[in-house]
Design a protein. Structure first.
Length: 560
């Protein structure tokens, strides 16, 4: 049931707040089975207190890692297991004397090989992070790197650490293979709500962060959001109302803005918002990484959230832009952080606000029903590859650009021309819709630059929002809202031809290139079955050159 917060009395809002802190699952689900599942996902509400007891052990573990001569930590994980560590690595970096943290949340063969090239395995520690222990990406990464490490050191298991739930297959694997440590996380926390659990704090300790300070900021925010704090003075309630109220007015595009030193926080927010709210054709679509423009280029479906960092010079902040948005009467929620450690509090504030917004929208904040569809389709593609020896995908060749592509059934009549297919998208894509760019490519600054230019072009010419999600990362993040959220999205998936014969992943019978391609092909099928307009563009091995060529085709199509 959709609820407009503005229609509620203060007493009704307070009752919601009390039910929230009583962990009442009926806020998000009506059926007993679903309520039981929700009740087992609310451990994030007090995990900060449990983590206090773990701090001495985490600090001792980090000290032991340093004494072992470890200079590089590589985290193998996806989605909720990797995005918080990625944010911490980008914003804080390693403290003096602590190892660098590399977060490997991809199956891209070039990214995998970059970690392996020239590696000193004796000074490298791998952290395998997976709640379920069954996620294909970290399992494949582990199999690959375990074989390399075993060929270089006498005790390979001592170079691996696991973070997982009790009783998971990863716990069993770690015990069998002699891992250095196994950290068992509280099992009543879903991945995207796990930032303040061991999934976030183990990497934070290895970076040399001040865990006490981070948890202090979290505890401070929890107090400010507590059941005895009036709704209008409660940061979590106010933000949740902001998100839910405007989403129910069809203002469902939340543009995330942040000052440069804390901008990576948007990657974590994307997953939290999209995967929690994006289902049953509802949801808040997070827009992150767009270039800023004059307010006149933004549609009426937009709202904005600005994370301002104290101490950033006005000339380097987004303050002037935000003032222009306010003058143009766009809704803006502004949050000021004293320093980056305030992210400890922001993790909790946004978790609470997202959960409350999901209640107002009328969806379950703690499930992800459409994530599995892409996984199932990927398995089908992989099985066909193993049986047939080739990928079961056929492309058209655009006669003008010679770019290989295919399109979903809604666009099939135009498949012989890439330009015509793209024009078909824009003929039906409303200005209040959005276009998602989904590259299954390396995390290459050139790729981001080229797609940033395309996003700018689409917004300026068509007025619609755009998103960027690297695959397969987005499958565990914004992929839920792409398939289960508002029907107003269209998508362009990019893959590339093999540039080499990559080695097989032990036990999988294919290389990382094949796995990554199968994931892209699987999501194409999942998006198509969800009746989304989607184009799959297969670039040459020189993917940057291919993107440049595609950009020219897009430029012509978007202007017609």
């Amino acid at each position: 049931m959709i609820i407009r917060p503005s229609s509620l009395s203060p007493e009704a809002k307070n009752e919601i707040l009390q039910r929230f802190w009583r962990r009442d699952p009926s806020l998000w689900a009506a059926e007993p089975e679903r309520q039981a599942a929700v009740a087992n996902r609310l451990g994030w509400l007090d995990v900060h207190r449990k983590m206090r007891d773990a701090v001495p052990d985490l600090l001792a573990f980090a000290a032991d890692v340093r004494e072992r001569g470890i200079r590089r930590v590589v985290l193998l994980g996806m989605g909720g297991s990797s995005l918080c560590p990625l944010v911490l690595a980008h914003i804080f970096g390693p403290a003096e004397g602590h190892p660098e943290l590399v977060v490997l949340d991809t199956t891209d063969p070039r990214e995998i090989q970059a970690v392996a090239d020239g590696a000193d395995w004796s000074s490298t520690l791998f952290v395998v992070a997976s709640k379920s222990g069954t996620t294909v990406e970290p399992n494949a990464q582990y199999a690959f790197f375990r074989e390399l490490v075993a060929g270089a050191v006498a005790d390979p298991g001592r170079h691996f650490v696991a973070i997982t739930d009790p009783g998971s297959p990863l716990e069993e694997l770690a015990e069998r293979d002699g891992f250095l440590r196994v950290f068992l996380n509280p099992p009543d926390i879903g991945g995207r709500y796990s930032a303040l659990s061991l999934f976030g704090l183990v990497p934070a300790a290895l970076l040399g962060m001040d865990l006490g300070r981070l948890l202090d900021r979290a505890e401070e925010m929890v107090r400010r959001c507590g059941p005895d704090v009036a709704w209008e003075e409660n940061p979590g309630c106010r933000l949740g109302e902001f998100l839910g109220e405007y989403a129910n007015q069809s203002r469902d595009k939340l543009t995330l803005l942040a000052d440069a030193p804390i901008r990576p926080f948007g990657l974590w927010l994307e997953q939290l918002l999209a995967e929690s709210t994006g289902k049953e054709t509802m949801g808040i679509v997070p827009i992150f990484g767009e270039t800023t423009g004059i307010p006149g280029f933004y549609g009426g479906e937009r709202i904005f959230a600005y994370l301002r960092l104290a101490g950033v010079p006005e000339s380097e902040s987004l303050g002037d832009f935000v003032r222009e948005l306010r003058e143009a009467e766009f809704p803006v929620e502004e949050v000021e952080l004293r320093d980056p450690y305030d992210l400890g509090g922001e993790f909790f504030r946004w978790e609470m606000a997202t959960a409350l917004a999901s209640h107002f929208i009328g969806v379950n904040a703690f499930d992800e029903p459409d994530v599995g569809s892409a996984k199932a389709k990927t398995r089908e593609v992989m099985e066909r590859y193993r049986s047939e020896g080739k990928m079961p995908v056929k492309f058209w060749v655009d006669p003008q650009s010679e770019i290989h592509f295919r399109a979903s059934k809604l666009l099939a009549p135009s498949m012989k021309s890439l330009s015509r297919t793209l024009r078909d998208i824009f003929e039906v894509l409303p200005s209040w819709g959005y276009l998602g760019f989904l590259p299954y490519l390396p995390y290459d600054p050139r790729v981001e630059e080229l797609i940033r230019d395309m996003r700018h072009l689409v917004r300026q010419e068509r007025g619609c929002a755009t998103t960027l999600g690297f695959g397969p990362r987005y499958l565990h993040s914004t992929g839920q809202i792409y398939k289960g959220g508002p029907m107003s999205g269209a998508f362009i998936i990019f893959t590339r031809r093999r540039e080499a014969d990559y080695p097989e992943i032990p036990g999988l019978g294919m290389s990382f290139w094949h796995l990554q391609f199968a994931q892209a092909a699987g999501d194409f099928e999942a998006l198509s079955e969800a009746r989304r307009r989607v184009v799959h563009v297969h670039l040459p091995a020189d993917y940057a050159l291919g993107l440049e060529s595609f950009g020219k085709v897009l430029s012509r199509a978007v202007r017609l």
